[in-house]
Design a protein around this ligand. Structure first.
Ligand code: C2E
Ligand code: MG
Ligand code: MG
Length: 514
C-alpha cells in the first residue's frame, strides 16, 4: 500500500513537472511571439516610414519640377509678350520700353535717338503670288539682315506685317541716321534665296529723331511712319527724314482715303473715254477708259490725285473692279446700239494685277456684261510685269486664254527686259507721253521714239503714241509710221454721252488734218 502511495506521489510529481514545463514553453512561445510581432511591427513601421519618405521626396521633386516648369512658362510668356513669334525680334511693346529708356538716357547725355521705320516694298505681292510660307521666310531673312547692320545697343523690332523699326539708341546728329539708312538699304538690296526663288525686296525708310521731331514715344514713332510713307511716294527703295509739313499731307492722305471709301459706297466714280486714232487714216480704233471721282460740288478729281492712296490702301481692288465692270458694260451697250467702238482699253494697276482673284474677276465681269473679250484690252505697267516674271507669265497667259488683249502702258519709263518683252504674250506698246511731248525739243527723244517704233514692229507689236498735243508731234509720228495715237490733239477724255457722239461722228476737228 505504502509502495502504491509512493508510486502515486512520484507520478503526481512527474505530472506537475511536465505541466510546469508546458507552462514555461507556452510562456516562452508567447514571449517569442510577442517578440516577433514587435520586430515585424518595427519593420512594418520602418517600411511605411520609408515609403512615406519616398513619397515625400517624389512630391518634393515634383513640386520642384512644377515650379521650374511654371517659372519657364512665365519666362516664356513674358518673352512672347515682348517678342515677335516669327522673327524672334522685339515687338512693339518692347520697342516702347526701349525707346522710353533711350530717350531718358539721350536727354541725360545731351544726345539724340533715331527711329527708322522700315517697310518692305511690294511685299504683299510676294505673299500673294508665292504664298505665306515663302513670305514668312523672307521676313525672317530680312530680320537677320537688319540685325546684322546695327550695334548691339540698338534695337531692331518687328512692328507687324512687313514693317520693322530700327532704334539707334545714341546718335550725335541726323547724319548718323542717314548713314544707318543707307547701310540698311544696301544690305537689303542683295537677292534673297528662298527655296527655288531668287527674290528682290527693297525697303522704304522713314526717319524721325528724338528730341528734334517728337518729345514722346508716340510722336516719334508716328512721325517716322509718316516719313516712311513719303519715302514710298518718292519712288520706294529710299529714305526720308521727317519734316513738319509732312504732317499736313498725312491728314490729306487720311481724308482722301475716307473720300474713296465714301465714293465707293455712294457710287461717285465715273469713267471718261479718250479715243485712240489710226494715225494713217484718222479712223477711231478704240478708246481708253479713265476713272474720275465726282466731288460733292460736282467737280471731278482725276486719278493722279488718288491712285497712289487707292493702291497703298488696297481700295484699288474694289475701284478697279468697278472700272472694269462699267467699261465692259458701257462698251457692250455701245456695240449693241451699233456704235463700233473697236477696243476698249482699261488700266490695271500693279496691285490688281498681282491680286490672286484678278483673273477670276475679269472672267466674271466678261460673263456678266456679255462683252466679247476681243473688244477688251488691259493696260499694264512695266513695273507690274517685270516683278516676279514667272507669275507674270502665268497671269498673262491666263488672261490671253480668256481672249482679251494686253498692252504695256507708259512704255519707256520702267525697266523692261527685252527678252521678257519677247516672251510675254503682249499685243501693244503704248509709248509714254513724256517722249512724245519732247519730240519738239532737241533732247534726243525723237530718236528714242523711232527706236521704240522699230523695236515694236520687229516684235510684231502694235504701237500707240500717247499724249499727242500738237501738229508737229502728230506729223513726226506719222513720218515714223507709228500705227496709232491718242492725245488732246484728237480729243480730251470725255464723258460717256459725249463719247457716244464722237463714235457717231468721228473724233475731234483736228482729225480733219488727215
Ligand atoms: P495713262 O493710262 O497713261 O492715261 C493717260 C493719261 O494721260 C490720262 O490722264 C489722260 O487724260 C492723259 N492724257 C491724254 N492725252 C493727253 C495729252 O495730250 N496731254 C496730256 N498732258 N495728257 C494727256 P488721267 O486720266 O489723269 O490718268 C492718269 C493715269 O491714271 C493713267 O495714265 C493711268 O495710269 C491712271 N488711271 C486712270 N484711270 C485708271 C483706272 O481706271 N485704273 C487704274 N488702275 N489706273 C487708272
Ligand atoms: Mg493707260
Ligand atoms: Mg499711259
Amino acid at each position: 500500500m505504502s509502495k502504491r502511495i509512493g508510486v502515486l506521489a512520484s507520478e503526481q510529481a512527474v505530472h506537475r513537472r511536465e505541466e510546469a514545463v508546458a507552462r514555461r514553453e507556452k510562456a516562452l512561445r508567447a514571449q517569442e511571439e510577442a517578440a516577433m510581432s514587435k520586430a515585424e511591427l518595427i519593420a512594418h513601421n520602418q517600411a511605411q516610414l520609408r515609403e512615406a519618405n519616398e513619397h515625400l521626396v517624389v512630391a518634393t521633386v515634383r513640386a520642384q519640377m512644377m515650379t521650374e516648369v511654371a517659372e519657364q512658362a512665365t519666362l516664356r510668356m513674358s518673352y512672347m509678350a515682348k517678342h515677335d513669334f516669327l522673327t524672334g525680334l522685339p515687338n512693339r511693346s518692347l520697342l516702347t520700353d526701349r525707346l522710353t529708356q533711350s530717350m531718358a538716357l539721350a536727354q541725360r547725355h545731351g544726345k539724340k535717338v533715331a527711329l527708322l521705320y522700315l517697310d518692305l516694298d511690294h511685299f504683299k505681292h510676294i505673299n500673294d503670288s508665292l504664298g505665306h510660307a515663302v513670305g514668312d521666310q523672307l521676313l525672317q531673312s530680312a530680320a537677320k539682315r537688319l540685325q546684322a547692320c546695327v550695334r548691339l545697343s540698338d534695337t531692331v523690332c518687328r512692328q507687324g506685317g512687313d514693317e520693322f523699326v530700327v532704334l539707334l539708341a545714341e546718335v550725335q546728329t541726323v547724319q548718323d541716321a542717314h548713314l544707318a539708312a543707307k547701310k540698311l538699304i544696301k544690305a537689303m538690296a542683295e537677292p534673297y534665296y528662298i527655296g527655288s526663288h531668287r527674290l528682290h525686296v527693297t525697303p522704304s525708310i522713314g526717319i524721325s529723331l528724338y528730341p528734334d521731331h517728337g518729345q514722346d514715344v508716340e510722336t516719334v514713332v508716328k512721325n517716322a511712319d509718316i516719313a516712311m510713307y513719303h519715302a514710298k511716294r518718292s519712288g520706294r527703295n529710299t529714305y526720308q527724314v521727317f519734316a513738319p509739313e509732312m504732317n499736313v499731307r498725312a491728314v490729306m492722305r487720311h481724308s482722301v482715303h475716307q473720300a474713296l471709301h465714301h465714293a465707293l459706297e455712294q457710287h461717285l466714280f465715273l469713267l471718261h473715254y479718250q479715243p485712240k486714232v489710226n494715225l494713217e487714216t484718222g479712223a477711231m480704233t478704240g478708246a481708253e477708259a479713265l476713272v474720275r471721282l465726282r466731288q460733292a460740288d460736282h467737280r471731278l478729281v482725276g486719278p493722279t490725285d488718288f491712285m497712289s492712296i487707292a493702291e497703298n490702301s488696297g481700295l484699288i481692288l474694289p475701284i478697279g473692279q468697278w472700272v472694269l465692270r462699267e467699261a465692259c458694260r458701257q462698251t457692250a451697250a455701245w456695240l449693241q446700239a451699233g456704235l463700233d467702238i473697236g477696243l476698249i482699253a482699261v488700266n490695271v494697276s500693279m496691285v490688281e494685277f498681282r491680286d490672286k482673284n484678278f483673273i477670276a474677276g475679269v472672267r466674271a465681269i466678261l460673263n456678266d456684261t456679255g462683252l466679247d473679250p476681243r473688244h477688251l484690252e488691259l493696260e499694264l505697267t512695266e513695273s507690274s510685269l517685270m516683278q516676279d516674271t514667272e507669275t507674270t507669265t502665268a497671269v498673262l497667259c491666263a488672261l490671253k486664254d480668256l481672249g482679251v488683249r494686253l498692252a504695256i502702258d507708259d512704255f519707256g519709263t520702267g525697266y523692261s527686259s527685252l527678252s521678257y518683252l519677247r516672251r510675254f504674250p503682249i499685243n501693244t506698246l503704248k509709248i509714254d507721253q513724256s517722249f512724245v511731248q519732247d519730240i519738239d525739243g532737241d533732247t534726243g527723244e525723237a530718236v528714242l521714239i523711232s527706236a521704240i517704233i522699230a523695236m515694236g514692229k520687229s516684235l510684231k507689236l502694235g504701237i500707240v503714241a500717247e499724249g499727242i498735243e500738237t501738229g508737229p508731234q502728230f506729223a513726226f509720228l506719222q513720218s515714223q509710221h507709228c500705227a496709232e495715237g491718242q492725245g488732246y490733239y484728237f480729243s480730251r477724255p470725255v464723258a460717256a454721252e459725249a463719247f457716244a457722239t464722237l463714235l457717231a461722228t468721228g473724233p475731234h476737228q483736228q482729225a480733219m488734218a488727215f
